[in-house]
Write a protein that binds this ligand. Structure first.
Ligand SMILES: [Zn+2]
Length: 196
């Protein structure tokens, strides 16, 4: 999506997302969980399709409240697979429910989904022969961690999730007028490492 800044501005659907959401920090578990599930549902489809279906997604997945989605049973799976407003894919539906349960588990260990992300933002790099004692987790390291933790989280999905939520830099071109507004909000990628 390196050219998102070129195609999105002014577009009916991409415009508002580009200008006010893409790359901005997300507060709260429901917002983070929504973004993860939308990125998972995008797999094989266009982001435009997802943006157009977003309100239907929110209704079908109960405003992406992890507690409510974690309780979804067979009747909800049937309801979701019959809802033409969303993406009717059994693997994606089941991944959303399993991942909601994972978010609840992360709340127990780290307080929140964001707390878990923050706890893993830096890695001790000395063990790998890198220079700094604590460095920001690389995309490849994030992907490995997500694969161990969540369902349906391949490299592209995890990379887009982290870019779009401000955990990795590069969502916007530095020359994009949105960039300074994001920097004001101090996304996670701006955090400094602990020098060795
Ligand atoms: Zn941009």
């Amino acid at each position: 999506m390196s050219s998102y800044c070129d195609i999105a501005p002014g577009h009916e659907w991409h415009g508002p997302y580009h200008d006010t959401e893409y790359g901005f920090p997300i507060e709260g578990d429901a917002g983070l969980f929504e973004r993860l599930i939308l990125e998972i549902n995008q797999a094989g489809l266009s982001w435009l399709t997802i943006l157009k279906k977003r309100e239907a997604f929110r209704a079908a997945y109960r405003e992406f409240d992890p507690e409510r989605v974690a309780r979804f049973g067979p009747r909800d799976v049937k309801r979701l697979l019959g809802d033409a407003g969303i993406i009717r894919n059994r693997l994606k539906v089941e991944a959303a429910i399993a991942n909601a349960r994972t978010v609840l588990a992360l709340r127990k260990t780290h307080g929140s989904f964001a707390g878990w992300l923050d706890a893993h933002h830096f890695v001790d790099a000395t063990a790998q022969g890198r220079k700094g004692a604590m460095e920001q987790r690389t995309k490849a390291e994030w992907v490995a961690l997500f694969k161990k933790t969540f369902r349906f989280t391949g490299g592209e999905i995890v990379g887009e999730f982290l870019l779009s939520a401000g955990y990795l830099p590069g969502a916007h071109r530095t020359s994009c007028p949105v960039s300074p507004r994001i920097i004001e909000r101090k996304p996670a990628w701006m955090r400094a490492g602990i020098p060795s």
